[in-house]
Structures are given as structure tokens and as C-alpha cells.
Design a protein around this ligand. Structure first.
Ligand SMILES: [Zn+2]
Ligand SMILES: [Zn+2]
Length: 357
């Protein structure tokens, strides 16, 4: 399906403008001129969850065909991509959303590509037994790619009924036969026991901005481990922020995202129930939660990403573009570990030899 592409042009020289994380403005590739991103006063709102579930897309899009405004090449993008860079001339390509819910706000990049690169290098350097190839990969200045990825945020008020057991520790005196210096004696000891009492009750929790990654292109756990995000710094959506970055719309739906959010909320609710039960130990046998006033936002968060292929496996590394936090799966070099083990064994062997002379 054909889509229009947009890019932003420098008023001064006609060069290409890209978002600049240092000034938070658009910057010209060519002459360095800055262009303001107009600050809008639109309030960042929460939307009703139940109403959001009734929205469906009218058309199905398999892929997007767009024409680069600069070199005229036709570029094919995955259906969920909103912006990218022309593979031939690097000009930003920004196009339209196709999903029924569009992001109304985003967190813009705060960490520059250079800064992200340095943080990544430091992080890799701190890893023991990482393959040398990975360190070369970082030193070779393989560029990180900047992404705006979709997240859902959820607010909810919950009431949870529960029943379970409260355990209180008490002590009883017991007599025990022991042998002291070959003679049998009777001693008295305090022994702990637990008294279980059935309990039931209801607890209340209020959740604000539980964030759930809504992109399928990266592992879900990895996306969620980038948190916390400071959603107080959300700004109203503007296409200018996307200029120069890859960006996606959601591929995990509103209701599927809420299922992940529920798991997160459940962990907190269990904590509330345990402190409500009190005592020394708690058992929860039954719990049922009702979610009220649930609202959501569709937002975009900034992420720097690197992909490292090693021995037929792909490792993803992500850097939070707001806070600089680095997360990723790390490969282990078997050779390095083997050498380290051999060195340790040798040292132990030498020590043993000299210790026994
Ligand atoms: Zn310019
Ligand atoms: Zn081009």
C-alpha cells in the first residue's frame, strides 16, 4: 500500500533536519541551524480502557511503500513502522499511523547517540568472560540505532477480596534427653511452633502509569527491564521528534498489554494482602481482584539499540534513551572461562605442591 512520507527541511540551506537530543530541537545536518519544536499546551490525558477496547482498524496494511523526498527511491517498510531513514541517502522518512489508537504523547531522546555509545562501551567492559569479538564490536564504533518504541501505560484502582491463613510463632517448653560427657541428662528447651488462624479481608490499591512494552520486534522481558520511565516528562506528540529515528506503532494490543500490567499489579497486591494479614507468616488461599476506573495512554519511549550476532545467535542490547540504563543478554566466551578455570587449577596445584613439601 502506498503511503506519503514527510521530512523537515532547513529554512536556511535546504538541508535535512533531525531531532537533536542535546538541544531538544531540530538540527540541520548540513549547516547546523536549529529549529524549535513548538511547545503545545495540550494536556496529556488518560483514556477510558473499556472504550479503547471498542476501537478497531478499518483497513489491514501488510507493508508500506513510500517515496524518499530527496533521492526519489521507493522504500518498502514493515506495516508497523512509522519512521525510518532512507537506505540510500539517509534522509528521514516519516509516515502515518494505521492502528486505531495513535500515541498522543512521547518521551523525547535525552541521551545522545555518542553518550549512549560510551555507556554501552563501559557496560560491556565491566562484563567478565565476554567474547573479545563483542568488545571489538563496540570499539569498532558500530553505530547504535535510535528507536521510538510503543508502550502502553495503565492506571487502575483495585479492590481485592482474599482469604488465607495468618501464622503466629509461639514457643513451648520441651524436655529433651541429651548425653553430656557420656551421662544422660534431661534439659528443658524453648521450641518454636506456628499457630495458623484463618483470615479473610479486602484490600485496596491504586496504580499510576504501569508501563508495558507494546512492540513485538524485541523480547518483552528486555523491553520491560528498561523501566523505570519518568512519565512526568511526557510531551504532546509531534512528528518532528521522530525525525532521524526508527519508530513503531503498537503490535501488542491494548487488552494483551493489560494482561501484562495485571501481572505486575498482582505482585503489588500480594504485598498489600500480606501486610493486611500481619503476623509472622502468611498464606493466601484465594484472591479476586476487581479493576475500576482503568485508563490507558499510548506513548512512545526513546531507546538506543544494538544487535550482536555471535555463533548463530542474536543478542539484543538496549539503552534507555531517557535515563541511560543499559540492559541485555550477554554471551559468555567458553574459551575464556576454560582458560580462567585452568589458571585457577594451576594456582591451586602449585599451592598444594608447596604446601606439602
Ligand atoms: Zn541548514
Ligand atoms: Zn533517499
Amino acid at each position: 500500500m502506498k503511503f506519503k512520507s514527510k521530512n523537515f527541511i532547513c529554512k536556511n540551506c535546504g538541508g535535512t533536519l533531525r531531532y537533536d537530543a542535546t538541544t531538544h530541537e531540530l538540527k540541520c545536518d548540513f549547516c547546523g541551524s536549529l529549529e524549535d519544536i513548538e511547545k503545545s499546551n495540550i494536556k496529556i490525558e488518560e483514556y477510558d480502557f473499556k472504550e479503547g477496547l471498542t476501537k478497531f482498524s478499518k483497513k489491514r496494511v501488510d507493508s508500506k511503500e513510500i517515496r524518499c523526498q530527496k533521492c526519489g527511491a521507493t522504500v518498502k517498510l514493515e506495516s508497523y513502522l512509522i519512521s525510518s531513514n532512507c537506505p540510500y541517502c539517509e534522509t528521514p522518512l516519516i509516515t502515518d499511523f494505521t492502528k486505531p489508537i495513535e500515541p498522543k504523547s512521547l518521551i523525547s531522546f535525552n541521551i545522545t547517540q555518542k553518550d549512549a555509545q560510551e555507556r554501552f562501551k563501559k557496560w560491556i567492559g565491566s562484563l567478565w568472560f565476554a567474547p573479545t569479538k563483542l568488545k571489538d564490536f563496540v570499539d569498532g564504533n558500530r553505530k547504535l540505532t535510535g528507536y521510538y518504541l510503543p508502550y502502553w501505560t495503565y492506571d487502575s484502582k483495585t479492590n481485592t477480596r482474599y482469604s488465607g491463613q495468618r501464622g503466629d510463632i509461639y514457643f513451648v517448653r520441651v524436655q529433651r534427653r541429651v548425653e553430656i560427657n557420656g551421662r544422660e541428662q534431661i534439659v528443658e528447651e524453648e521450641e518454636p511452633r506456628i499457630r495458623w488462624t484463618p483470615v479473610r479481608g479486602e484490600v485496596y490499591n491504586s496504580f499510576d502509569d504501569i508501563t508495558v512494552g507494546a512492540s513485538k520486534t524485541l523480547p518483552h522481558l528486555l523491553l520491560d527491564s528498561l523501566s523505570p520511565w519518568n512519565t512526568k516528562t511526557l510531551v504532546p506528540f509531534n512528528k518532528k521528534y521522530l525525525s532521524g529515528f526508527e519508530s513503531e506503532e503498537y503490535t501488542i494490543d491494548l487488552d494483551e498489554g493489560f494482561r501484562y500490567a495485571k501481572k505486575e499489579m498482582e505482585r503489588v497486591i500480594i504485598g498489600t494482602i500480606k501486610s493486611d494479614i500481619g503476623g509472622d507468616q502468611q498464606q493466601i488461599e484465594y484472591m479476586k481482584t476487581e479493576y475500576r476506573d482503568t485508563t490507558y495512554k499510548d506513548v512512545l519511549f526513546p531507546i538506543w539499540s544494538a544487535e550482536f550476532k555471535w555463533r548463530g545467535k542474536v543478542y539484543d542490547y538496549l539503552i534507555n534513551g531517557q535515563t541511560g540504563k543499559v540492559v541485555g543478554e550477554r554471551p559468555y566466551s567458553v574459551i575464556k572461562i576454560t582458560i580462567a578455570v585452568l589458571v585457577v587449577l594451576t594456582i591451586l596445584g602449585v599451592a598444594y605442591y608447596f604446601g606439602n613439601r
